[in-house]
Design a protein around this ligand. Structure first.
Ligand code: CUA
Length: 328
């Protein structure tokens, strides 16, 4: 706040002060040199002014100390900014290992958030305080950008690709969600609210009505409805590879490459299955492009993640929150 005007959004995540400190440093360095230069210009203009139109300025041929000074000082300052910014950047792009996972899709003109236990919400997002949250999202139509100003994090929602942001909220309360990429007529209305709650209140909110079961259970129903289960047998004897314990594993492809099975790989395998064929299998799988929307793809991925060797899909709500993590 400056003279009653809110210049900056609230600092409501562990990232926020880190981003702001760097930003304020850059503004301070810029302001310092801007002011010094302006003052010197004015001072010299007064000191060296003359009324004699025939006066000729002194001939200056150069100064090694001066040139070294104005090369080395800016170099050191820019390296400080570079190293500092890289440190913050890595923090923003590397979520901690243990995060609460939430899916989202952007479409003209709304944000849909999907919790793993099945609860979905539109233009609203409820999260617990003090716990690292990772939002994985994509767009169903054009470019959008999911922006949490008070958490100081933002990423583009790109059709056909997964992006993610993460944050650990540090105070309860509500703050804005914006779309930060011009996406058409109602871009400015593509806004929402994030509600940061005490963990107990969040659990109570989560256990409210959701109707359709957990996201993984919904994925399992889809998996059967789309007849995926006729090829992807759990015992590995089907026409497609078994999906048990597949998530996070390395997969050998017919072209000799090895890929790690993650969200993006699974999404690609559902929508463009011919892109990467697992070694030992025929390219038989049909595309499901146009048959499943982005939310269904997310449900299917969650189901694959839940397929563990115990034979039972553990479509459970993730374990209770670990102690609040500091992000560095
Ligand atoms: Cu979506 Cu702007």
């Amino acid at each position: 706040m400056f003279a009653g005007i809110p210049l900056f959004p609230e600092q409501a995540s562990t990232l926020a002060p880190r981003v702001d400190n760097l930003y304020f440093f850059i503004v301070a360095v810029t302001a310092f040199f801007g002011i010094v230069t302006s003052l010197v210009v004015v001072w010299f203009a007064m000191k060296y002014r003359t009324d004699d139109p025939s006066a000729i300025g002194a001939r200056i041929t150069g100064s090694i100390p001066l040139e070294l000074a104005w090369s080395i000082i800016p170099f050191v300052i820019s390296i400080v900014i570079f190293v500092w910014a890289t440190d913050v950047f890595i923090d923003i792009y590397r979520p901690p290992d243990q995060t609460l996972e939430i899916y989202a899709t952007g479409k003209r003109w709304m944000w849909k958030f999907q919790h793993l236990d099945g609860k979905g919400e539109i233009n609203e997002l409820h999260v617990p305080v003090g716990r690292a949250v990772k939002v994985t999202f994509t767009s169903e139509d054009v470019l959008h950008s999911l922006y949490f100003p008070s958490f100081r994090t933002k990423a583009d929602a790109i059709p056909g690709r997964y992006s993610s942001v993460w944050f650990t909220a540090t105070k309860t309360g509500e703050s804005h969600i914006f779309c930060a990429e011009y996406c058409g007529t109602n871009h400015s209305g593509m806004i929402g609210k994030v509600y940061v709650m005490e963990p107990a209140a969040y659990q109570a909110w989560l256990s409210g009505v959701s109707g359709e079961g957990t996201l993984a259970q919904r994925g399992e129903r889809l998996f059967n409805d789309l007849a995926c289960n006729t090829c992807h047998l759990d015992d590995g004897k089907g026409r497609g590879p078994s999906l048990v314990n597949k998530f996070g594993a390395a997969e050998q492809l017919t072209n000799g490459q090895t890929v790690t099975v993650d969200d993006s790989y699974l999404r690609e395998s559902i929508l463009t299955p011919q892109q990467k064929i697992v070694a030992g299998y025929q390219p038989l799988m049909p595309t499901f492009q146009g048959m499943v929307n982005e939310e269904s793809v997310m449900a299917l991925i969650e189901y694959v993640k839940s397929k563990k060797a115990t034979g039972q899909a553990s479509a459970a709500v993730p374990a209770p929150p670990p102690a609040a993590q500091e992000n560095r």
